[in-house]
Ligand binder design. Structure first.
Ligand SMILES: Nc1nc2c(c(=O)[nH]1)N[C@H]1C(S)=C(S)[C@@H](COP(=O)(O)OP(=O)(O)OC[C@H]3O[C@@H](n4cnc5c(=O)[nH]c(N)nc54)[C@H](O)[C@@H]3O)O[C@H]1N2
Ligand SMILES: Nc1nc2c(c(=O)[nH]1)N[C@H]1C(S)=C(S)[C@@H](COP(=O)(O)OP(=O)(O)OC[C@H]3O[C@@H](n4cnc5c(=O)[nH]c(N)nc54)[C@H](O)[C@@H]3O)O[C@H]1N2
Ligand SMILES: [Mo]
Length: 770
């Protein structure tokens, strides 16, 4: 229960020690070590940790501390089955922590909720499938069912899942990426004609500067630290824009590099570090472009140019309108909103300008704001002005989260599918796929809250804990006619059951998936559009869990009947056949099965990096978006007499999204707790708070609903004044479901206007001002 500043570099001995602790906790040590040894190797195993890619170097032992945690957490020998559920009523389980629920072990058998006894009870696989089919058939319309996907699902599972839902008749595909990189997909599709990053891992070896926006790789993409420290070692500039001082972005010691460990030296991961205000990145980039524009005009007057005019003329449109808007944007607004000084923006701009090749990366610090799409447009504009797309060592790199979130989208998990995709679908399957666009996460949760939707099916994930307005969504789930969760571990969503509720235990990435044709591999796509195979190592034969494809096919057979044109069982018997269908429907997968034998997998290609712009005009588009008027909702400030803070929610080092592995956040110096709020020391002085004081935080929003978290400990931290940070999912209760990004519908998890008070025992007094 303490906070002390972490002195070591990221990675290093600390990471090795933590890896060992997690190995021991999982009670499956020998197997896990052999798993780790094969993690991310060619023809091997895709780490379920994150979507960072690897260069295929055969024989190299590659893993990271947090990948090790993910593998071990899944490969435990502990089981949650009939006895466990007989022992604990569901309402009791719902009072336990997220850590407690998942720590109990792997879900072992299908169970059905009995609302009379308040216990889950065993049900046979066939009866479970029949019950689901019956409930789905009872609905007035297939659009009353929500088919949620979490990004760990393989291409094969995701493809079958969307086939099932489309054959049934809906495009309701709420997806974890709606809460994650949706703004990226929207902004990139509009500007460069493809919703994916343009760089490959090799590009990082050639970049002269790498600009990182709103990302904490030390915790969330640890293998990226190695890439970054290689870059700084060879003299590239790595520039971080992060609301917090993150240790992993400052220094890194590679736990797989013996010399660095022995001498305890470490490489800087970044050469320059800026801490903008929450939501201030767009203004910061606007400032850089404003400087460049002034310099460019001077250069033109002298007969040269700063911008890449040839690239701009041949490849882009929209520059004039954009630069006119840049000129209109005042320095006052830029510095106020970014929280950076003019001098800092000059420094960042000079690094950019002096680099021949620049990569821009970003993650949740950019995508989870109201103006995220506009912010990404701004990043694209910056790169386009200098021709920094489509050449080696340069480009755009959204760093994805879940290990296959990008692949799931590629294979059809999309609530607003293109007509060309659906037409292909109809032709291949001899069906007629629904045309009406479906629900994203926010729309799906709203529909459940309003009882317009009645069935929720989750292919992985933990929707109740991952979305905003936790309690409201939990209540909505309880009101649903049926909730079905296909999962590996018990979580918050399972202990908020619908009137009928079923948990179906599935195999994970680490398990051997044995089918009629033998052990099966699955495929995933990483952040660099590389598709590769993965197969598990842990023998779970004799147990009741089934693979995700087998479970989806089980539901499909019960729902769609024996005469359906798709032979579901044949697909499950041999996943090569699922891949043949993916090849038939989705461009880029030619000779899918054949190409999986290539070391490191195969590249799906990226039209934008080939300077092929699949936009309406056939050119890359520079959008001219004004800066947001204010980051804090104006109504909130006007109503409040107390100081208004903007809060972000983020991940600790010991968690994977809603999965809490432990209570430490080593690099931020937090040990043994999660109910904390990071605050600037000067703000603490102003509010008369000292470290460790307990506070209550409440949301300011337009609907006057009470949203609060209570009894959180204040921790002084290097964060701009007026900003706060707390952990997800503990702080999700503060985020209104109706607060989401323009065009992206992504909950504003990095931007919530809040008030802070000393903790009051009598929480009744904490009413929202009206
Ligand atoms: N170990 C582990 N790995 C993971 C995950 C995990 O939970 N645990 N989750 C996976 C998933 S699904 C995802 S999406 C990724 C998430 O990876 P990240 O995006 O790194 O995740 P967050 O913890 O949300 O961190 C956001 C970072 O952005 C900064 N930030 C917040 N707001 C702003 C802002 O307005 N401007 C700037 N410049 N910075 C800001 C925060 O200080 C923080 O460092 O990681 C993936 N990998
Ligand atoms: N406040 C706030 N909220 C956020 C975020 C934030 O930064 N702040 N981040 C958002 C982001 S980026 C994301 S991606 C979402 C994540 O939302 P989700 O993807 O829904 O959540 P996870 O925590 O990744 O899901 C964990 C559960 O998945 C199940 N699981 C694990 N492995 C498997 C598997 O192989 N198969 C199956 N079927 N199930 C499996 C386990 O039962 C586990 O309990 O949360 C979002 N919510
Ligand atoms: Mo994510």
């Amino acid at each position: 229960m303490s906070h002390k500043e972490y002195q070591g570099p990221a990675g290093g001995w600390g990471a090795l020690k933590a890896t060992t602790t997690h190995l021991l906790k999982s009670q499956n040590v020998a197997k896990n070590i052999s798993n780790l040894l094969r993690t991310n190797q060619d023809h091997g195993f895709d780490c379920p940790g994150c979507a960072w890619g690897e260069k295929g170097v055969p024989g190299r032992f590659r893993f990271c501390e947090n990948g090790a945690k993910a593998v071990n957490w899944e490969a435990t020998t502990r089981r949650v089955g009939e006895e466990f559920f007989a022992q604990y009523p569901v309402s009791w389980l719902n009072q336990q922590t997220d850590y407690f629920l998942e720590f109990q072990g792997r879900l072992a058998e299908p169970v059905r909720y009995n609302s009379v006894t308040d216990h889950y009870e065993p049900i046979s696989w066939d009866d479970a499938f029949k019950l689901i089919a019956t409930k789905l058939k009872e609905l007035d319309s297939p659009n009353q069912a929500e088919f949620y996907t979490s990004g760990r699902a393989s291409n094969e599972a995701a493809f079958l899942y969307q086939l099932l839902a489309r054959c049934y008749g809906t495009n309701n595909f709420p997806d974890c990426s709606n809460m994650c990189h949706e703004a990226t997909s929207v902004a990139l599709a509009k500007t460069i004609g493809i919703g994916k990053g343009t760089v490959r891992i090799e590009d990082f070896e050639q970049a002269d500067a790498i600009f990182l926006f709103g990302q904490n790789p030390g915790t969330n993409h640890p293998r990226m630290l190695e890439t970054l420290s290689h870059a700084t070692k060879r003299g590239a500039r790595v520039v971080a824009f992060n609301n917090l001082k993150e240790r992993g972005l400052e220094r890194f010691a590679n736990p797989q590099h013996p010399v660095e460990l022995l001498t305890y030296s470490s490489t800087p991961t970044t050469s320059d570090y800026f801490t903008p205000k929450l939501g201030g990145d767009m203004a910061a980039v606007r400032g850089m472009v404003k400087l460049f524009n002034e310099r460019h005009k001077k250069a033109v007057a002298q007969g040269s140019s700063l911008f890449d005019l040839e690239f701009i003329a041949q490849q882009t449109q929209g520059m004039d309108a954009y630069l006119a808007l840049v000129e209109q944007t005042s320095w006052e607004q830029i510095t106020e909103q970014s929280g950076l000084s003019y001098e800092q923006i000059v420094r960042a701009a000079n690094i950019y300008q002096n680099a021949e090749r620049v990569i821009v990366t970003w993650a949740m610090g950019v995508t989870q704001h109201k103006h995220s799409v506009a912010t990404i447009h701004e990043l694209v504009n910056l790169q386009l002005l200098f021709g920094q797309i489509g050449k080696p060592g340069a480009g755009l790199c959204p760093v994805r989260g879940h290990s296959n979130v990008q692949g799931d989208r590629t294979v059809g998990i999309n609530e607003s599918p293109a007509e060309s995709f659906l037409a292909r679908f109809d032709e291949v399957f001899d069906i007629s796929a629904p045309r009406e666009h479906g629900h994203n996460v926010v729309q799906a949760m709203q529909a459940l809250c309003n009882a317009q939707s009645k069935v929720f099916i989750g292919l992985g994930g933990n929707i109740v804990a991952a979305v905003p307005d936790t309690q409201r969504v939990a209540d909505a789930m309880r009101g649903a006619e049926l909730t079905v969760n296909i999962a590996t571990k018990l979580n918050r969503s399972h202990v908020n059951p619908g009137k009928e509720s079923i948990i179906l235990p599935c195999l994970g990435r680490t398990d051997i998936d044995m089918q009629v044709a033998g052990p099966q591999k699955v495929t995933v796509e990483d952040s660099f559009s590389m598709v590769h195979a993965s197969s598990g190592r842990v023998d779970v034969s004799g147990e009741q869990m089934r693979s995700e494809p087998a479970i989806i096919a089980g539901i499909a057979k019960a729902l769609l009947g024996a005469t359906h044109p798709v032979d579901w069982q044949a697909l499950v018997d041999n996943y090569d056949r699922i891949r043949d269908l993916i090849e038939a429907v989705i461009p880029g997968f030619e000779n899918f099965n054949g190409r999986l034998d290539q070391p490191g997998g195969f590249y799906l290609g990226n039209s934008a990096s080939d300077l092929n712009w699949k936009t309406a005009s056939g050119k890359a588009l520079m959008c001219a978006d004004p800066l947001p008027e204010a980051i804090t909702p104006v109504t909130a400030i006007e109503r409040s007499k107390a100081p208004v803070f903007i809060m972000q929610t983020l991940r600790s080092h010991d968690q994977y999204n809603t999965t809490v592995y432990g209570y430490d956040d080593r690099y931020r110096g937090i040990f043994g707790e999660r109910k904390i709020v990071f605050m600037n020391p000067q703000d603490m002085d102003k509010l008369n708070l000292t470290e460790g004081d307990l506070i209550d935080v409440q949301t300011l929003w337009t609907d006057n609903q009470k949203r609060q978290i209570t009894g959180f400990k204040v921790i002084p931290y290097q964060i701009p004044q007026g900003n706060l940070a707390a952990y997800f999912p503990e702080a999700n209760a503060l985020i209104p479901l109706s607060s989401y990004g323009d065009e992206s519908f992504t909950p504003t998890s990095k931007s919530i206007a809040v008030l802070v008070r000393l903790h009051q025992q009598d929480t009744q007094e904490l009413l929202v001002k009206s």
